[in-house]
Ligand binder design. Structure first.
Ligand code: ATP
Length: 350
């Protein structure tokens, strides 16, 4: 049953609000960003995971829950009473789930409808194709495989179970042997190149797209297989997995920057035709760049990604644009602060 939305607070004083998020993913950065912008911060932790938020002193207040299933009207009421504005991140969406996010009545930074476009592979592809991005080819049927492909199971956390195949026979051999019951998968052309994650921010207030930073991921065991000889890999029967362990900062060759700006701008532009306010706030294009410098996009994240975490003190790009250290978390807080002081809070809420 949907509840009535609380009336937005009329205050234009940012101190009357609190920036809140779940204790995981990019929460340290988000909370510190709030403090750096002179706003209050609150973190909701699963019991036992409070330590980093206490130790680093980034949270003005910590709420603890036994489990995320406990996210209920009572917690929401607490948050609403404090004028909390929730900042979604990857773990937030994963723990709370799309349906509960949609139903949430507490103030929420970002467009909720865009989550559907990001999480449904077909809709995501439609969006990115419309934006004119280069995407890996999709093979509808295993029989069509005629070059190396990556097979992705839906909801495979950390790319676990993804495998590579070169022919239909190879596909069926692995699929039937290892995943006989899995039928929800996508077959994508395997792009040979380097993975690169581009972090953007689009403010609905300034209407400007900003390139915040880039990272690459440190994935287990994909990033360590090369430490042993190919014949030993075969002998040990090692299967590639992509469990993310950390993020490594990166800058790209400068001549690629105009293309990255253009890609981000088109994604935002097209999103405005897809749903209400379109995409705003932080987002990430997950790319692979080939040796011919073609940029393929294999996924979009329509929210802050953990790859922005190395840049709490700003990135080489935000250092060019801002006089102060500007993380993506702080940029979010600034957007919210400006919206509050200009009486435009509604514009940044979903
Ligand atoms: P996310 O947390 O972003 O949802 P995931 O678990 O869905 O991650 P992906 O990011 O889709 O996994 O991919 C996992 C790994 O597979 C990454 O290292 C990525 O570089 C690689 N990869 C994904 N698609 C392709 C592709 N089409 N060609 C080559 N490599 C790919």
């Amino acid at each position: 049953m949907s509840r009535t939305k609380p009336i937005l607070p009329a205050s234009t004083n940012p101190r009357d609000f609190v920036i809140a998020t779940l204790g995981s993913h990019s929460a340290l950065q988000i909370l510190k960003g709030a403090q750096d912008e002179g706003m209050r911060s609150l973190v909701i932790c699963k019991k036992g995971s409070e330590k980093p938020y206490e130790s680093f002193g980034v949270a003005d207040e910590i709420l603890s829950v036994d489990d995320w299933t406990e996210w209920d009207e009572k917690i929401e009421e607490e948050l609403i009473r404090r004028n909390a504005i929730i900042i979604p991140h990857g773990s937030f969406i994963a723990y709370i789930g799309h349906d509960r996010v949609k139903e949430m009545q507490v103030m929420y930074y970002g467009t909720k409808e865009i989550l559907q476009w990001e999480s449904d592979r077909r809709m995501e592809r439609q969006w990115l194709e419309k934006a004119g991005l280069k995407l890996p080819r999709v093979f509808e049927r295993p029989e069509d495989i005629e070059k190396p492909v990556i097979v992705k199971f839906h909801g495979a956390g950390g790319g676990f179970g993804y495998f590579i195949a070169k022919t239909p026979e190879q596909f069926y051999e692995v699929k039937n042997r290892k995943y006989p019951k899995e039928n929800d998968y996508a077959i994508q052309e395997y792009i040979v190149g380097v993975p690169l994650y581009a972090h953007y921010f689009y403010s609905p207030l300034t209407k400007e797209l900003e390139l915040m930073s880039f990272d690459k991921r440190y994935e287990s065991n994909a990033d360590s297989i090369g430490r042993i000889k190919a014949e030993d890999q075969l002998a040990a029967n090692i299967h590639t997995s992509y469990t993310i362990v950390g993020n490594i900062p990166l800058v790209v060759r400068e001549s690629l920057l105009p293309q990255f700006f253009e890609m981000g701008e088109r994604v935002v532009q097209v999103s405005k035709d897809l749903c209400g306010k379109g995409l705003f706030g932080p987002f990430c294009l997950e790319c692979i760049v080939t040796r011919k410098l073609e940029i393929f996009v294999f996924e979009i994240s329509a929210r802050i990604v953990a790859g922005t975490n190395p840049f709490i003190e700003g990135s080489p790009y935000t250092a060019l644009k801002y006089k102060e250290p500007m993380s993506t978390g702080r940029r979010i807080a600034r957007d919210i602060k400006q919206a509050i002081t200009q009486g435009k809070l509604e514009q940044v809420l979903g």
